[in-house]
Design a protein around this ligand. Structure first.
Ligand code: DON
Length: 309
């Protein structure tokens, strides 16, 4: 058995001493205000035990990590019919790219690029008002994290709405193919709110526990999804969770993971643990710089990898 606390403390000490922490995202003005000198990490075991180091209780904007949760909701509502709206191939392109959308007739490559996540929101709205869907997403996140204190940050959602021209372009472009079932503005408003969910590493690691144990949160006995669905969500995180950095993440860390421009990464070591790490500085493709290094160190020290044991 590993001395997890000692491993995490050591990783935190080592990564926070690194000179290059990457750059905080500035295209959403509210994210640009975050202090870059922060680092937190949590490992949650299937029995619910958590080990944390650094700023693991500080709330941060989960941004694209929320796409895992909306995908899970969408699969619950639509099942395999969801795959008519969105593909499941890595894009090899930046998260906000529009180029493939034209060639592929408005069907996004996967649910984790922005276009795909926006299409997923359209799929789950089913004619409801934005506030109903927003409440439903928040309710689901509170349920899987077993924590009713989790909230959205309206300032972040508004800030993104004001600067969201690229996402609006993606949404209108998809709608031009006749794919949307709800008004584009409703879908975008809901998407910006899901991205603005604020969570700590401890909350995020707990929320990911259902992906560790075949869809069952063994810490409280709640089944969230079937075993097959949990495996499929993990496979999508592995292939597409870090955009055009997904191959690099698989190579260096070897675990399914999902990043967000707030600097968070949620990762899953199937059967072993869930991991959340946060540091706001990003690398050149928009993934947490120290977060990735920390996960690489953790995988090396624990031997956790889906590619061997
Ligand atoms: O739509 C956006 O641009 C943001 N709300 C989320 C993007 C994101 O987190 C990409 N992650 N690396």
């Amino acid at each position: 058995m590993h001395d997890m606390q000692a491993i995490l403390d050591d990783i935190a000490t080592k990564v926070t001493a690194l000179p290059d922490r990457g750059k905080v995202a500035t295209y959403i003005p509210q994210l640009a205000c975050v202090d870059p000198d922060q680092f937190g990490m949590t490992v949650a075991l299937p029995d619910g035990t958590v080990y944390s180091s650094g700023d693991a209780q500080t709330l941060f904007s989960i941004q694209s990590i929320s796409k895992v949760f909306t995908l899970t909701i969408a699969l619950g509502k639509l099942g395999d019919a969801l795959w008519r709206r969105v593909g499941r191939e890595p894009s090899g392109d930046p998260f906000n790219s529009i180029v493939q959308l034209e060639m592929e007739h408005g069907k996004p490559r996967n649910p984790f690029i922005n276009a795909g996540a926006i299409a997923v929101v359209d799929a789950i709205m089913m004619g409801h008002q934005p506030k109903e869907t927003i409440a439903e997403i928040l309710q689901f996140v509170r349920f899987i994290a077993d924590d009713n204190s989790i909230c959205m940050d309206d300032r972040v959602a508004k800030s993104e709405l004001l600067t969201g021209d690229r996402n609006a372009s993606l949404a209108h472009f998809m709608a031009s193919f006749g794919h949307f079932k709800n008004p584009v503005d409703f879908v975008l408003g809901t998407y910006f709110h899901q991205c603005s969910i604020a969570m700590s590493c401890e909350q995020l690691a707990r929320a990911a526990l259902f992906l560790v144990s075949d869809g069952l949160n063994t810490s409280n006995g709640t089944r969230v999804v079937s075993a097959q669905r949990a495996r499929r969500i993990n496979s999508l995180m592995m292939m597409c969770g870090h955009y055009d950095g997904s191959g690099e993440f698989a190579f260096r860390v070897g675990l399914p993971g999902k990043s967000g421009v707030g600097g968070g990464i949620m990762a899953v070591a199937p059967g072993k643990a869930s991991i959340a790490v946060w540091s706001p500085g990003l690398d050149h493709v928009g993934n947490s710089k120290l977060g990735t290094i920390a996960l690489e160190m953790l995988a090396e020290r624990t031997g956790w990898s889906v590619f061997g044991h």
